[in-house]
Design a protein around this ligand. Structure first.
Ligand code: FNR
Length: 417
């Protein structure tokens, strides 16, 4: 209603209401580095294309004369009532797009009452983002996304902080045990953390700063006094302000070691099902596995006792030539058969896309790049409006397709074309 009323008065919306124009406008305001990292995908971009192609192969078949005057897009997820089956995907190194990106997105999500999944590579400590969300709406839904470190104590520390800041679930990302082949970044000589974006979750962590201190002491000789958290932050800020890449032009050993420590410990390529089975003993939070694409892995996730999965190819940023996430969802939803929650992301741009995901058996869909484009264009308001528009279009699609609630939407609503 709001957006149509604005239109009646001749006012343009704050952010474009279609994805193509949103992307075009965001490109104009973002630096080359930010664009390469945020918009870019793995390899030749074929997984990104597959995400859209998969959606295009399903058509909504609207039904008529069903009284859709009263509708709801609301759902329940892990005991929480949500206004729509939509979440903000975790996006790391958001500082590339806007200063204090995560705080703004948290603000936007809290205004909508939509869960925000904080990235482990966020550009603000999770406690800061949580406080901002509580300021807007006390208890606003929030999840924490974990990259499983090579250091188990760091995993425990991050989980304890997530519980402490009121996370409603933890999403463990499984598809990024190593960073994918990302030509846009590589060609610019600009890796995501090149200037220290996305390390705030770490530099604010007591276990992380302890590890850095140990390694710095070992590198520069044992006699150095205790290194405080403040000193570690200084080491990273020296690295951050070094011209060019983090590692270039860093002659002093301390900041070099600090950065090398981060690169060494942020992700564990040996991660396996036993680690996941053990996670139950480490946290009380609902556990969601992010990055599942094979039905057998989805069944295994059910067997191992997690609470949900996110069917995702990381927005086409990891394996080039991978299956579109909606194609994966179509195979996974029947395999899971309602035993755990199934979410999906990657290439979801519109309310109609969310509708298709629900019809194919998803409980909810997460939105990544679109909210970052809104953020780049108009800060917290822009991020909020992008997701509000998707929800508004979902409500219209629901009604115009002949449904009054998300729970009623199933495969009958679609035909494969
Ligand atoms: C991501 N994604 C991501 N996922 C995650 O689990 N932790 C992270 O830190 C990040 N970081 C990140 C940065 C950027 C710039 C992007 C675009 C994506 C993946 C993200 O959560 C999600 O899976 C995809 O973005 C979904 O695809 P769309 O909506 O961007 O097409």
């Amino acid at each position: 209603n709001e957006i149509y009323t604005q239109g009646i008065h001749g006012r343009r919306p704050r952010v474009p209401t279609d994805h193509a124009e949103l992307e075009r406008r965001a490109r104009r305001v973002m630096s080359d580095r930010a664009w390469a990292y945020i918009a870019g995908g793995a390899g030749e971009g074929s997984t990104m294309a597959a995400n859209r192609a998969a959606l295009d192969r399903w058509a909504i078949v609207p039904r008529v004369l069903r009284d859709v005057s009263s509708r709801s897009t609301g759902i329940e997820l892990f005991g929480q009532q949500l206004p729509a089956p939509v979440l903000f995907s975790p996006v790391g190194a958001g500082a590339l797009a806007a200063h204090a990106a995560d705080v703004h997105i948290g603000h936007a999500a809290a205004e909508l009452g939509v869960p925000y999944i904080f990235s482990n590579q966020g550009s603000a400590p999770m406690e800061t983002v949580a406080a901002e969300m509580d300021r807007v709406r006390s208890g606003a839904p929030r999840w924490f996304q974990l990259y499983w470190s090579t250091d188990d104590d760091l995993v425990d520390s991050l989980l304890a902080r997530a519980e402490g800041m009121g996370a409603n679930a933890v999403a463990v990302t499984l598809d990024t045990t190593m960073l994918g082949w990302r030509p846009q970044d590589l060609n610019l000589g600009s890796l995501p953390f090149a200037r220290g974006e996305g390390i705030d979750q770490y530099t604010s962590d007591p276990r992380f700063t302890e590890i850095v201190a140990q390694r710095v002491r070992a590198a520069v000789g044992g006699e150095k006094p205790e290194i405080s958290v403040g000193a570690i932050k200084t080491l990273f800020s020296i690295a951050r302000n070094a011209p060019g890449s983090l590692m270039k032009n860093l002659t002093a050993p301390e900041p070099r070691v600090a950065v090398q420590t981060f690169l060494d410990i942020y992700s564990r390529p040996s991660l396996n099902w036993d680690d996941i089975a053990g996670l139950r003993d480490r946290t009380t939070l609902p556990i969601v596995l992010k990055g599942v694409l094979h039905p057998d892995d989805a069944r295994r996730a059910v067997d191992v006792g997690v609470d949900g999965i996110i069917v995702s190819n990381h927005g086409g940023r990891q394996v080039d030539g991978a299956i579109g996430s909606i194609d994966a969802l179509a195979a996974i939803a029947p395999a899971v058969d309602g035993r755990i929650k199934v979410l999906v992301d990657s290439g979801i741009h519109t309310g109609a896309d969310v509708f298709k995901a629900i019809a194919l058996g998803a409980d909810a869909a997460c939105i990544g790049r679109p909210h970052m484009y809104g953020l780049a264009l108009a800060g917290a308001d822009g991020a909020r409006d992008v997701v509000a528009n998707i929800i508004a279009e979902l409500d219209l699609t629901l009604g115009l397709a002949g449904y009054t609630s998300i729970a009623d939407v199933d495969r009958d609503a679609l035909q494969r074309v």
